[in-house]
Design a protein around this ligand. Structure first.
Ligand code: ADP
Length: 594
Protein backbone atom coordinates (compact mmCIF):
# COMPACT_ATOMS: atom_id res chain seq x y z
CA UNK A 1 0.00 0.00 0.00
CA UNK A 2 2.59 2.53 1.14
CA UNK A 3 4.80 1.68 -1.84
CA UNK A 4 2.01 2.53 -4.25
CA UNK A 5 1.47 5.84 -2.50
CA UNK A 6 5.17 6.70 -2.68
CA UNK A 7 5.32 5.81 -6.39
CA UNK A 8 2.32 7.96 -7.11
CA UNK A 9 3.92 10.82 -5.24
CA UNK A 10 7.08 10.28 -7.23
CA UNK A 11 5.14 10.24 -10.48
CA UNK A 12 3.32 13.36 -9.45
CA UNK A 13 6.62 15.04 -8.73
CA UNK A 14 7.98 14.07 -12.13
CA UNK A 15 4.86 15.35 -13.87
CA UNK A 16 4.92 18.52 -11.82
CA UNK A 17 8.62 19.03 -12.60
CA UNK A 18 8.05 18.47 -16.28
CA UNK A 19 5.08 20.86 -16.34
CA UNK A 20 7.02 23.49 -14.44
CA UNK A 21 10.00 23.15 -16.73
CA UNK A 22 7.69 23.28 -19.76
CA UNK A 23 6.05 26.47 -18.49
CA UNK A 24 9.44 27.96 -17.72
CA UNK A 25 10.88 27.05 -21.11
CA UNK A 26 7.78 28.41 -22.88
CA UNK A 27 7.93 31.61 -20.82
CA UNK A 28 11.64 32.04 -21.59
CA UNK A 29 10.96 31.32 -25.28
CA UNK A 30 8.10 33.84 -25.44
CA UNK A 31 10.20 36.44 -23.60
CA UNK A 32 13.14 35.84 -25.96
CA UNK A 33 10.95 35.97 -29.08
CA UNK A 34 9.16 39.08 -27.83
CA UNK A 35 12.45 40.84 -27.08
CA UNK A 36 14.03 39.88 -30.38
CA UNK A 37 10.92 41.01 -32.24
CA UNK A 38 10.94 44.33 -30.37
CA UNK A 39 14.58 44.89 -31.18
CA UNK A 40 14.00 43.98 -34.80
CA UNK A 41 11.04 46.37 -35.02
CA UNK A 42 13.10 49.17 -33.47
CA UNK A 43 15.95 48.43 -35.88
CA UNK A 44 13.53 48.37 -38.79
CA UNK A 45 12.01 51.66 -37.67
CA UNK A 46 15.48 53.17 -37.48
CA UNK A 47 16.22 51.75 -40.89
CA UNK A 48 13.06 53.50 -42.24
CA UNK A 49 14.10 56.75 -40.64
CA UNK A 50 17.61 56.48 -42.12
CA UNK A 51 16.10 55.88 -45.56
CA UNK A 52 13.65 58.78 -45.28
CA UNK A 53 16.34 61.11 -43.89
CA UNK A 54 18.83 60.11 -46.56
CA UNK A 55 16.13 60.52 -49.19
CA UNK A 56 15.23 63.93 -47.76
CA UNK A 57 18.87 65.12 -47.86
CA UNK A 58 19.44 63.71 -51.36
CA UNK A 59 16.18 65.17 -52.68
CA UNK A 60 17.01 68.64 -51.31
CA UNK A 61 20.41 68.40 -52.96
CA UNK A 62 19.26 67.20 -56.36
CA UNK A 63 16.26 69.58 -56.60
CA UNK A 64 18.16 72.67 -55.42
CA UNK A 65 17.76 75.51 -57.86
CA UNK A 66 15.53 73.45 -60.21
CA UNK A 67 12.29 74.87 -61.58
CA UNK A 68 9.04 73.33 -60.35
CA UNK A 69 8.37 71.21 -63.48
CA UNK A 70 11.95 69.83 -63.55
CA UNK A 71 11.87 69.20 -59.82
CA UNK A 72 8.93 66.84 -60.07
CA UNK A 73 10.59 64.85 -62.83
CA UNK A 74 13.92 64.64 -60.99
CA UNK A 75 12.15 63.46 -57.80
CA UNK A 76 10.18 60.92 -59.83
CA UNK A 77 13.33 59.49 -61.42
CA UNK A 78 15.21 59.38 -58.19
CA UNK A 79 12.24 57.83 -56.36
CA UNK A 80 11.64 55.20 -59.00
CA UNK A 81 15.29 54.12 -58.92
CA UNK A 82 15.03 53.76 -55.13
CA UNK A 83 11.65 51.94 -55.31
CA UNK A 84 13.06 49.50 -57.81
CA UNK A 85 16.07 48.70 -55.73
CA UNK A 86 14.13 48.17 -52.46
CA UNK A 87 11.25 45.72 -52.47
CA UNK A 88 10.49 46.58 -48.89
CA UNK A 89 9.73 50.28 -49.78
CA UNK A 90 6.06 50.42 -50.76
CA UNK A 91 5.82 54.12 -51.66
CA UNK A 92 7.66 57.47 -51.53
CA UNK A 93 5.72 60.66 -51.19
CA UNK A 94 7.02 64.27 -51.41
CA UNK A 95 4.99 67.20 -50.11
CA UNK A 96 5.71 70.95 -50.19
CA UNK A 97 5.76 73.16 -47.15
CA UNK A 98 2.00 73.55 -47.35
CA UNK A 99 1.46 69.82 -47.33
CA UNK A 100 0.50 69.49 -51.00
CA UNK A 101 1.76 66.36 -52.71
CA UNK A 102 4.58 67.19 -55.11
CA UNK A 103 5.20 63.63 -56.11
CA UNK A 104 4.00 60.23 -54.97
CA UNK A 105 5.47 57.02 -56.37
CA UNK A 106 4.56 53.43 -55.67
CA UNK A 107 6.70 50.33 -55.90
CA UNK A 108 5.13 48.11 -58.54
CA UNK A 109 6.70 44.93 -57.12
CA UNK A 110 5.75 45.76 -53.56
CA UNK A 111 2.32 47.17 -54.40
CA UNK A 112 0.69 44.00 -53.10
CA UNK A 113 2.34 44.49 -49.75
CA UNK A 114 0.66 46.35 -46.99
CA UNK A 115 2.31 49.44 -45.63
CA UNK A 116 3.17 48.78 -42.05
CA UNK A 117 5.55 51.61 -41.27
CA UNK A 118 5.45 55.20 -42.42
CA UNK A 119 8.48 57.39 -41.80
CA UNK A 120 8.40 61.14 -42.59
CA UNK A 121 11.45 63.40 -42.66
CA UNK A 122 11.52 67.19 -43.31
CA UNK A 123 13.13 68.49 -46.44
CA UNK A 124 15.57 71.08 -45.15
CA UNK A 125 18.31 72.64 -47.26
CA UNK A 126 21.79 72.84 -45.72
CA UNK A 127 22.24 76.03 -43.77
CA UNK A 128 18.40 76.60 -43.67
CA UNK A 129 16.26 76.13 -40.63
CA UNK A 130 12.80 76.12 -42.23
CA UNK A 131 11.84 72.96 -44.15
CA UNK A 132 10.70 73.34 -47.70
CA UNK A 133 8.57 70.27 -47.55
CA UNK A 134 8.62 66.66 -46.38
CA UNK A 135 9.26 63.20 -47.64
CA UNK A 136 7.32 60.13 -46.44
CA UNK A 137 8.60 56.62 -47.02
CA UNK A 138 6.16 53.68 -46.63
CA UNK A 139 7.73 50.37 -45.66
CA UNK A 140 6.01 46.99 -45.93
CA UNK A 141 8.05 45.27 -43.16
CA UNK A 142 8.09 41.98 -45.13
CA UNK A 143 11.80 41.42 -44.42
CA UNK A 144 11.31 42.01 -40.77
CA UNK A 145 8.35 39.61 -40.63
CA UNK A 146 10.44 37.01 -42.46
CA UNK A 147 13.33 37.48 -40.05
CA UNK A 148 11.01 37.34 -37.03
CA UNK A 149 9.20 34.22 -38.19
CA UNK A 150 12.54 32.50 -38.94
CA UNK A 151 13.94 33.62 -35.59
CA UNK A 152 10.74 32.52 -33.78
CA UNK A 153 10.79 29.13 -35.49
CA UNK A 154 14.50 28.66 -34.75
CA UNK A 155 14.00 29.67 -31.13
CA UNK A 156 10.97 27.44 -30.74
CA UNK A 157 12.88 24.59 -32.26
CA UNK A 158 15.86 25.15 -29.96
CA UNK A 159 13.61 25.35 -26.89
CA UNK A 160 11.59 22.34 -27.94
CA UNK A 161 14.75 20.30 -28.42
CA UNK A 162 16.11 21.57 -25.11
CA UNK A 163 12.82 20.65 -23.40
CA UNK A 164 12.79 17.21 -24.96
CA UNK A 165 16.37 16.54 -23.95
CA UNK A 166 15.61 17.81 -20.44
CA UNK A 167 12.47 15.67 -20.14
CA UNK A 168 14.30 12.66 -21.53
CA UNK A 169 17.14 13.07 -19.06
CA UNK A 170 14.70 13.45 -16.18
CA UNK A 171 12.72 10.38 -17.24
CA UNK A 172 15.80 8.25 -17.76
CA UNK A 173 17.21 9.37 -14.44
CA UNK A 174 13.92 8.72 -12.70
CA UNK A 175 13.67 5.33 -14.36
CA UNK A 176 17.17 4.39 -13.25
CA UNK A 177 16.59 5.56 -9.68
CA UNK A 178 13.20 3.84 -9.59
CA UNK A 179 14.73 0.61 -10.89
CA UNK A 180 17.35 0.66 -8.15
CA UNK A 181 14.74 1.56 -5.57
CA UNK A 182 12.65 -1.37 -6.78
CA UNK A 183 15.61 -3.72 -6.29
CA UNK A 184 16.07 -2.30 -2.81
CA UNK A 185 12.35 -2.55 -2.12
CA UNK A 186 12.42 -6.19 -3.19
CA UNK A 187 15.32 -6.83 -0.82
CA UNK A 188 13.53 -5.12 2.07
CA UNK A 189 10.46 -7.25 1.37
CA UNK A 190 12.59 -10.39 1.57
CA UNK A 191 14.04 -9.27 4.89
CA UNK A 192 10.59 -8.42 6.23
CA UNK A 193 9.43 -11.96 5.39
CA UNK A 194 12.32 -13.31 7.45
CA UNK A 195 14.69 -14.20 4.59
CA UNK A 196 17.70 -12.89 6.45
CA UNK A 197 20.96 -13.08 4.53
CA UNK A 198 19.30 -12.09 1.20
CA UNK A 199 21.84 -10.30 -1.05
CA UNK A 200 21.20 -7.54 -3.59
CA UNK A 201 23.24 -7.60 -6.81
CA UNK A 202 25.40 -4.45 -6.85
CA UNK A 203 26.44 -4.69 -10.50
CA UNK A 204 25.47 -1.83 -12.90
CA UNK A 205 24.32 0.56 -10.20
CA UNK A 206 25.39 4.10 -9.48
CA UNK A 207 28.14 4.54 -6.92
CA UNK A 208 25.87 6.17 -4.29
CA UNK A 209 23.31 3.41 -4.64
CA UNK A 210 26.08 0.81 -4.62
CA UNK A 211 27.08 2.09 -1.20
CA UNK A 212 23.46 1.80 -0.07
CA UNK A 213 23.20 -1.73 -1.50
CA UNK A 214 26.45 -2.74 0.20
CA UNK A 215 25.12 -1.40 3.51
CA UNK A 216 21.90 -3.33 2.93
CA UNK A 217 23.81 -6.56 2.18
CA UNK A 218 25.92 -6.02 5.27
CA UNK A 219 22.81 -5.52 7.39
CA UNK A 220 21.16 -8.60 5.88
CA UNK A 221 24.24 -10.74 6.60
CA UNK A 222 24.36 -9.47 10.20
CA UNK A 223 20.66 -10.22 10.63
CA UNK A 224 21.31 -13.71 9.34
CA UNK A 225 24.08 -14.30 11.87
CA UNK A 226 21.95 -12.78 14.61
CA UNK A 227 19.02 -14.97 13.60
CA UNK A 228 21.17 -18.10 13.71
CA UNK A 229 22.53 -17.14 17.10
CA UNK A 230 19.04 -16.31 18.25
CA UNK A 231 17.64 -19.59 16.97
CA UNK A 232 20.45 -21.43 18.75
CA UNK A 233 19.67 -19.53 21.94
CA UNK A 234 15.93 -20.11 21.61
CA UNK A 235 16.52 -23.80 20.82
CA UNK A 236 18.79 -24.06 23.85
CA UNK A 237 16.20 -22.39 26.07
CA UNK A 238 13.47 -24.55 24.60
CA UNK A 239 15.51 -27.72 25.04
CA UNK A 240 16.26 -26.74 28.60
CA UNK A 241 12.60 -26.02 29.24
CA UNK A 242 11.57 -29.26 27.56
CA UNK A 243 14.05 -31.39 29.42
CA UNK A 244 12.96 -29.80 32.71
CA UNK A 245 9.36 -30.46 31.78
CA UNK A 246 10.11 -33.99 30.65
CA UNK A 247 12.08 -34.82 33.76
CA UNK A 248 9.31 -33.61 36.06
CA UNK A 249 7.96 -36.71 37.76
CA UNK A 250 4.43 -35.37 37.46
CA UNK A 251 2.38 -34.98 34.32
CA UNK A 252 2.09 -31.46 32.90
CA UNK A 253 -0.50 -30.27 30.36
CA UNK A 254 -0.44 -26.65 29.18
CA UNK A 255 -3.52 -25.13 27.52
CA UNK A 256 -3.91 -21.74 25.88
CA UNK A 257 -6.80 -19.40 26.71
CA UNK A 258 -8.94 -21.19 24.10
CA UNK A 259 -8.52 -24.50 25.97
CA UNK A 260 -6.30 -25.94 23.24
CA UNK A 261 -3.56 -28.24 24.49
CA UNK A 262 -0.25 -26.66 23.49
CA UNK A 263 2.11 -28.82 25.50
CA UNK A 264 2.03 -32.21 27.18
CA UNK A 265 4.98 -33.96 28.80
CA UNK A 266 5.63 -37.67 28.56
CA UNK A 267 4.43 -38.39 32.09
CA UNK A 268 1.09 -36.75 31.33
CA UNK A 269 0.90 -38.80 28.12
CA UNK A 270 1.45 -41.97 30.18
CA UNK A 271 -1.02 -40.98 32.87
CA UNK A 272 -3.77 -39.97 30.44
CA UNK A 273 -2.87 -42.79 28.04
CA UNK A 274 -2.67 -40.51 25.00
CA UNK A 275 0.04 -39.69 22.49
CA UNK A 276 1.33 -36.20 21.88
CA UNK A 277 0.10 -36.11 18.28
CA UNK A 278 -3.39 -37.21 19.37
CA UNK A 279 -3.64 -34.72 22.15
CA UNK A 280 -1.93 -31.55 20.90
CA UNK A 281 -4.26 -28.81 19.62
CA UNK A 282 -7.36 -30.57 20.89
CA UNK A 283 -9.71 -29.09 23.46
CA UNK A 284 -8.87 -30.43 26.91
CA UNK A 285 -12.58 -30.67 27.78
CA UNK A 286 -13.01 -33.31 25.09
CA UNK A 287 -10.67 -35.73 26.88
CA UNK A 288 -12.52 -38.91 27.84
CA UNK A 289 -11.24 -41.17 30.63
CA UNK A 290 -11.49 -44.97 30.60
CA UNK A 291 -15.03 -44.89 31.98
CA UNK A 292 -16.11 -42.65 29.08
CA UNK A 293 -16.48 -39.46 31.14
CA UNK A 294 -15.31 -36.02 30.04
CA UNK A 295 -13.45 -35.84 33.32
CA UNK A 296 -11.97 -32.31 32.90
CA UNK A 297 -15.07 -30.57 31.50
CA UNK A 298 -16.86 -29.51 34.70
CA UNK A 299 -13.69 -28.51 36.50
CA UNK A 300 -12.50 -26.35 33.59
CA UNK A 301 -15.89 -24.62 33.65
CA UNK A 302 -15.57 -24.09 37.39
CA UNK A 303 -12.04 -22.76 36.82
CA UNK A 304 -13.34 -20.28 34.25
CA UNK A 305 -16.19 -19.15 36.48
CA UNK A 306 -13.82 -18.33 39.33
CA UNK A 307 -12.08 -14.91 39.35
CA UNK A 308 -8.40 -15.19 38.41
CA UNK A 309 -7.05 -13.64 41.62
CA UNK A 310 -8.90 -16.23 43.69
CA UNK A 311 -7.92 -19.17 41.50
CA UNK A 312 -4.30 -18.03 41.50
CA UNK A 313 -4.15 -18.33 45.29
CA UNK A 314 -6.22 -21.50 45.48
CA UNK A 315 -5.91 -23.68 42.35
CA UNK A 316 -8.65 -26.19 41.62
CA UNK A 317 -7.77 -29.71 42.77
CA UNK A 318 -9.67 -32.88 41.92
CA UNK A 319 -9.09 -36.56 41.28
CA UNK A 320 -9.69 -38.40 38.03
CA UNK A 321 -9.46 -42.13 37.41
CA UNK A 322 -7.79 -43.46 34.29
CA UNK A 323 -7.46 -47.21 33.95
CA UNK A 324 -7.70 -47.83 37.71
CA UNK A 325 -5.13 -45.17 38.38
CA UNK A 326 -6.08 -42.34 40.69
CA UNK A 327 -4.68 -39.09 39.27
CA UNK A 328 -4.76 -35.89 41.26
CA UNK A 329 -5.21 -32.93 38.90
CA UNK A 330 -4.40 -29.33 39.81
CA UNK A 331 -5.47 -26.49 37.48
CA UNK A 332 -3.67 -23.17 37.90
CA UNK A 333 -3.77 -20.09 35.66
CA UNK A 334 -0.71 -18.92 33.69
CA UNK A 335 0.33 -15.31 33.33
CA UNK A 336 3.02 -13.49 31.40
CA UNK A 337 5.53 -11.28 33.19
CA UNK A 338 3.14 -8.40 32.57
CA UNK A 339 0.43 -10.34 34.36
CA UNK A 340 -1.58 -10.99 31.19
CA UNK A 341 -3.59 -14.19 31.39
CA UNK A 342 -2.45 -16.65 28.68
CA UNK A 343 -4.01 -19.97 29.64
CA UNK A 344 -3.69 -22.59 32.32
CA UNK A 345 -1.52 -25.47 33.37
CA UNK A 346 -2.78 -28.81 34.63
CA UNK A 347 -0.43 -30.78 36.85
CA UNK A 348 -1.21 -34.48 37.09
CA UNK A 349 0.05 -36.48 40.05
CA UNK A 350 -0.25 -40.23 40.18
CA UNK A 351 -1.89 -40.91 43.54
CA UNK A 352 -2.55 -44.59 42.90
CA UNK A 353 0.13 -45.68 45.38
CA UNK A 354 -1.05 -43.23 47.99
CA UNK A 355 -4.66 -44.33 47.47
CA UNK A 356 -3.60 -47.95 47.74
CA UNK A 357 -1.51 -47.11 50.77
CA UNK A 358 -4.49 -45.45 52.42
CA UNK A 359 -6.52 -48.56 51.73
CA UNK A 360 -3.74 -50.78 53.03
CA UNK A 361 -3.31 -48.63 56.10
CA UNK A 362 -7.01 -48.89 56.84
CA UNK A 363 -6.73 -52.67 56.35
CA UNK A 364 -3.70 -52.75 58.64
CA UNK A 365 -5.51 -50.97 61.45
CA UNK A 366 -8.45 -53.32 61.08
CA UNK A 367 -6.09 -56.32 61.02
CA UNK A 368 -4.05 -55.19 63.98
CA UNK A 369 -7.12 -54.52 66.07
CA UNK A 370 -8.51 -57.89 65.06
CA UNK A 371 -5.19 -59.61 65.71
CA UNK A 372 -4.94 -58.00 69.12
CA UNK A 373 -8.53 -58.59 70.06
CA UNK A 374 -8.47 -62.33 69.24
CA UNK A 375 -5.56 -63.35 71.49
CA UNK A 376 -6.73 -61.00 74.22
CA UNK A 377 -10.23 -62.55 74.09
CA UNK A 378 -8.73 -66.04 74.06
CA UNK A 379 -6.40 -65.17 76.95
CA UNK A 380 -9.21 -63.60 78.95
CA UNK A 381 -11.54 -66.54 78.53
CA UNK A 382 -8.82 -69.14 79.33
CA UNK A 383 -7.51 -67.21 82.35
CA UNK A 384 -11.10 -66.54 83.48
CA UNK A 385 -11.96 -70.21 83.23
CA UNK A 386 -8.79 -71.26 85.08
CA UNK A 387 -9.35 -68.61 87.76
CA UNK A 388 -13.00 -69.44 88.41
CA UNK A 389 -13.11 -73.15 87.70
CA UNK A 390 -9.44 -74.16 87.89
CA UNK A 391 -10.07 -76.59 90.73
CA UNK A 392 -12.55 -78.52 88.66
CA UNK A 393 -10.01 -79.38 85.93
CA UNK A 394 -7.50 -82.16 86.02
CA UNK A 395 -3.79 -81.50 85.56
CA UNK A 396 -3.49 -82.38 81.82
CA UNK A 397 -6.45 -80.06 80.96
CA UNK A 398 -4.86 -77.26 83.02
CA UNK A 399 -1.56 -77.85 81.17
CA UNK A 400 -3.33 -77.67 77.81
CA UNK A 401 -5.00 -74.42 78.87
CA UNK A 402 -1.69 -72.93 79.95
CA UNK A 403 -0.06 -74.14 76.70
CA UNK A 404 -2.72 -72.29 74.67
CA UNK A 405 -2.27 -69.20 76.85
CA UNK A 406 1.47 -69.43 76.27
CA UNK A 407 1.05 -69.70 72.49
CA UNK A 408 -1.29 -66.71 72.39
CA UNK A 409 1.13 -64.69 74.45
CA UNK A 410 3.99 -65.64 72.08
CA UNK A 411 1.86 -64.54 69.10
CA UNK A 412 0.89 -61.33 70.85
CA UNK A 413 4.50 -60.72 71.71
CA UNK A 414 5.57 -61.35 68.12
CA UNK A 415 3.01 -58.92 66.81
CA UNK A 416 3.90 -56.20 69.27
CA UNK A 417 7.57 -56.79 68.41
CA UNK A 418 6.79 -56.54 64.71
CA UNK A 419 5.08 -53.19 65.23
CA UNK A 420 7.94 -51.95 67.40
CA UNK A 421 10.52 -53.22 64.91
CA UNK A 422 8.66 -51.55 62.13
CA UNK A 423 9.05 -48.09 63.60
CA UNK A 424 12.58 -48.84 64.78
CA UNK A 425 13.77 -50.11 61.39
CA UNK A 426 12.03 -47.32 59.51
CA UNK A 427 13.96 -44.78 61.54
CA UNK A 428 17.37 -43.91 60.15
CA UNK A 429 19.24 -45.21 63.19
CA UNK A 430 21.96 -47.60 62.17
CA UNK A 431 21.86 -51.19 63.43
CA UNK A 432 24.95 -52.35 65.24
CA UNK A 433 26.78 -55.04 63.34
CA UNK A 434 29.28 -57.62 64.51
CA UNK A 435 31.20 -60.58 63.07
CA UNK A 436 28.60 -63.34 63.26
CA UNK A 437 28.10 -66.82 62.01
CA UNK A 438 25.09 -67.19 59.77
CA UNK A 439 25.05 -71.01 60.12
CA UNK A 440 24.53 -70.72 63.88
CA UNK A 441 21.75 -68.22 63.25
CA UNK A 442 19.98 -70.61 60.85
CA UNK A 443 20.19 -73.49 63.31
CA UNK A 444 18.77 -71.37 66.14
CA UNK A 445 15.89 -70.20 63.97
CA UNK A 446 15.09 -73.74 62.93
CA UNK A 447 15.05 -74.73 66.60
CA UNK A 448 12.74 -71.83 67.50
CA UNK A 449 10.07 -72.91 65.05
CA UNK A 450 10.48 -76.58 65.95
CA UNK A 451 7.34 -76.65 68.15
CA UNK A 452 5.24 -75.07 65.41
CA UNK A 453 6.46 -77.50 62.72
CA UNK A 454 5.80 -80.48 64.93
CA UNK A 455 2.24 -79.32 65.58
CA UNK A 456 1.57 -79.37 61.85
CA UNK A 457 3.75 -82.40 61.19
CA UNK A 458 6.02 -80.41 58.89
CA UNK A 459 9.56 -81.48 58.05
CA UNK A 460 12.23 -78.81 58.21
CA UNK A 461 15.73 -79.29 56.77
CA UNK A 462 18.84 -77.16 56.28
CA UNK A 463 20.56 -77.51 52.94
CA UNK A 464 24.07 -76.01 52.99
CA UNK A 465 25.53 -75.72 49.51
CA UNK A 466 28.76 -74.01 50.62
CA UNK A 467 30.09 -72.74 53.92
CA UNK A 468 30.24 -69.00 54.34
CA UNK A 469 32.79 -67.22 56.50
CA UNK A 470 31.76 -65.14 59.47
CA UNK A 471 30.79 -61.65 58.40
CA UNK A 472 29.39 -58.40 59.77
CA UNK A 473 25.65 -58.28 60.37
CA UNK A 474 23.11 -57.44 63.06
CA UNK A 475 22.29 -60.81 64.54
CA UNK A 476 18.86 -60.09 66.03
CA UNK A 477 17.41 -58.34 62.98
CA UNK A 478 18.58 -61.08 60.56
CA UNK A 479 17.26 -63.69 62.98
CA UNK A 480 13.87 -61.96 62.99
CA UNK A 481 13.92 -61.77 59.20
CA UNK A 482 14.57 -65.48 58.82
CA UNK A 483 11.99 -66.33 61.50
CA UNK A 484 9.50 -64.25 59.52
CA UNK A 485 10.18 -66.25 56.38
CA UNK A 486 9.97 -69.50 58.38
CA UNK A 487 6.75 -68.67 60.20
CA UNK A 488 5.16 -67.61 56.88
CA UNK A 489 6.31 -70.88 55.30
CA UNK A 490 4.77 -72.78 58.22
CA UNK A 491 1.62 -70.69 58.10
CA UNK A 492 1.03 -71.27 54.39
CA UNK A 493 2.31 -74.89 54.14
CA UNK A 494 -0.15 -77.76 54.05
CA UNK A 495 0.09 -80.26 56.92
CA UNK A 496 2.87 -82.84 56.44
CA UNK A 497 4.65 -80.51 54.01
CA UNK A 498 8.38 -79.94 53.74
CA UNK A 499 10.23 -76.71 54.43
CA UNK A 500 13.84 -76.27 53.29
CA UNK A 501 16.36 -73.71 54.43
CA UNK A 502 19.04 -73.27 51.76
CA UNK A 503 22.38 -71.61 52.50
CA UNK A 504 24.79 -70.69 49.76
CA UNK A 505 27.97 -68.64 49.69
CA UNK A 506 29.42 -67.05 46.58
CA UNK A 507 33.07 -66.28 47.09
CA UNK A 508 33.31 -64.48 43.77
CA UNK A 509 30.52 -62.12 44.61
CA UNK A 510 31.19 -61.97 48.35
CA UNK A 511 27.57 -62.77 48.98
CA UNK A 512 25.62 -65.10 51.24
CA UNK A 513 22.20 -66.29 50.12
CA UNK A 514 19.62 -67.67 52.55
CA UNK A 515 16.30 -69.00 51.18
CA UNK A 516 13.26 -70.69 52.67
CA UNK A 517 11.16 -72.83 50.38
CA UNK A 518 7.82 -74.37 51.13
CA UNK A 519 5.18 -76.46 49.37
CA UNK A 520 2.39 -74.04 50.22
CA UNK A 521 -0.34 -72.35 48.20
CA UNK A 522 2.10 -70.16 46.27
CA UNK A 523 1.60 -66.54 45.23
CA UNK A 524 0.47 -65.19 41.85
CA UNK A 525 2.93 -62.93 39.93
CA UNK A 526 0.62 -59.93 40.40
CA UNK A 527 0.86 -60.27 44.20
CA UNK A 528 4.57 -61.13 44.13
CA UNK A 529 5.28 -57.60 42.89
CA UNK A 530 3.67 -56.04 45.95
CA UNK A 531 4.26 -58.64 48.61
CA UNK A 532 7.15 -56.78 50.21
CA UNK A 533 5.17 -53.50 50.41
CA UNK A 534 4.23 -52.45 53.86
CA UNK A 535 0.76 -53.53 55.08
CA UNK A 536 0.30 -55.56 51.90
CA UNK A 537 -1.53 -58.83 52.36
CA UNK A 538 -2.81 -61.19 49.72
CA UNK A 539 -5.80 -62.06 51.88
CA UNK A 540 -6.27 -58.44 52.91
CA UNK A 541 -10.05 -58.44 53.01
CA UNK A 542 -10.44 -61.51 55.09
CA UNK A 543 -9.13 -62.59 58.42
CA UNK A 544 -8.80 -66.20 57.40
CA UNK A 545 -5.06 -66.27 57.97
CA UNK A 546 -3.73 -64.10 60.72
CA UNK A 547 -1.22 -61.38 60.02
CA UNK A 548 -0.61 -57.65 59.74
CA UNK A 549 1.15 -57.32 56.38
CA UNK A 550 4.24 -56.01 58.14
CA UNK A 551 6.44 -59.15 58.27
CA UNK A 552 7.88 -59.17 54.71
CA UNK A 553 8.27 -55.42 54.69
CA UNK A 554 10.34 -55.68 57.87
CA UNK A 555 12.53 -58.33 56.19
CA UNK A 556 13.02 -56.05 53.17
CA UNK A 557 13.90 -53.04 55.32
CA UNK A 558 16.32 -55.07 57.41
CA UNK A 559 18.06 -56.63 54.43
CA UNK A 560 18.07 -53.75 51.96
CA UNK A 561 18.16 -50.62 54.08
CA UNK A 562 20.29 -51.86 56.97
CA UNK A 563 22.54 -54.47 55.33
CA UNK A 564 22.83 -53.36 51.70
CA UNK A 565 21.47 -56.71 50.50
CA UNK A 566 18.38 -57.70 48.52
CA UNK A 567 15.31 -59.86 48.96
CA UNK A 568 13.62 -62.11 46.41
CA UNK A 569 10.67 -64.39 45.94
CA UNK A 570 10.05 -67.21 43.46
CA UNK A 571 6.63 -68.71 43.61
CA UNK A 572 4.13 -70.67 41.61
CA UNK A 573 0.50 -70.83 42.62
CA UNK A 574 -0.28 -74.30 43.96
CA UNK A 575 3.38 -75.39 44.01
CA UNK A 576 4.91 -73.42 46.83
CA UNK A 577 7.20 -70.43 47.29
CA UNK A 578 10.82 -69.66 47.92
CA UNK A 579 11.56 -66.49 49.86
CA UNK A 580 15.15 -65.47 50.31
CA UNK A 581 17.69 -62.75 50.97
CA UNK A 582 21.21 -62.06 49.83
CA UNK A 583 23.69 -60.37 52.16
CA UNK A 584 27.03 -58.91 51.17
CA UNK A 585 29.87 -60.36 53.25
CA UNK A 586 31.98 -57.29 52.59
CA UNK A 587 30.09 -54.23 53.67
CA UNK A 588 30.53 -51.11 51.63
CA UNK A 589 30.26 -48.14 53.99
CA UNK A 590 27.85 -46.04 51.92
CA UNK A 591 25.28 -48.82 51.44
CA UNK A 592 25.34 -49.59 55.10
CA UNK A 593 23.87 -46.19 55.87
CA UNK A 594 21.21 -46.07 53.21
P1 ADP B 1 1.49 -61.24 57.42
O1 ADP B 1 1.95 -60.80 58.77
O2 ADP B 1 0.12 -60.77 57.10
O3 ADP B 1 1.78 -62.63 57.11
P2 ADP B 1 3.65 -60.73 55.63
O4 ADP B 1 4.27 -59.44 55.20
O5 ADP B 1 4.53 -61.64 56.37
O6 ADP B 1 2.35 -60.33 56.43
O7 ADP B 1 3.10 -61.41 54.35
C1 ADP B 1 2.38 -60.69 53.39
C2 ADP B 1 1.55 -61.62 52.54
O8 ADP B 1 2.38 -62.47 51.81
C3 ADP B 1 0.66 -62.48 53.31
O9 ADP B 1 -0.61 -61.92 53.37
C4 ADP B 1 0.60 -63.77 52.51
O10 ADP B 1 -0.54 -63.81 51.72
C5 ADP B 1 1.80 -63.73 51.63
N1 ADP B 1 2.83 -64.73 51.97
C6 ADP B 1 3.93 -64.56 52.72
N2 ADP B 1 4.65 -65.70 52.79
C7 ADP B 1 4.00 -66.61 52.06
C8 ADP B 1 4.23 -67.98 51.74
N3 ADP B 1 5.29 -68.62 52.19
N4 ADP B 1 3.33 -68.61 50.97
C9 ADP B 1 2.25 -67.97 50.50
N5 ADP B 1 1.94 -66.66 50.76
C10 ADP B 1 2.81 -66.00 51.55
Amino acid sequence: MSNKVSLTTQNRLIIFGLLLSTVLIIAIAIFAIFNIQKKLNEGYHNFGQVISKTLAIESVEITKNLPANKMQETLKKHSESILKSHNDIVFIEFRDADGNIIYSGKNQLASMNKTNIRVTSPLTAIGETNPIGSVTVGLSGSIISQISSTTRASLLFVFAVAWLVFAFVILINTYLITRELRILQHGVKKISTGEFGYKIETKDVSSEIEELFNAFNDMSARLHIYEEQNIDRIMLERNKFESVLMSIANGVVVCDDNDNVVLINSNAQNLLEVTESQFLNTQIQQYIDTSGNECFKDKIEQFKDTPLDIIEKKPIEFNITVDNRVIKSIISPMFTRNKDYVGYIIVLIDMTKEAEMDKLRAGFISNVSHELRTPVTVLRSYIDTLHNYGDEFDEPTKKEFIGTINQEIIRLNRMVNDILDFSRLEANTELEKEQNNIETLIEECAKQVDVLTKERNLRISVNKISTPPEFMFNYNSIERALTNYLSNAIKYSPDNGEIKIILNYSKDKDEVEVAVSDEGCGISPEHQKKIFDRFYRVENDTHTIKGTGLGLNLVKTTIEKHHGGRVFVHSQVGHGSTFGFILPTVIVEETANI
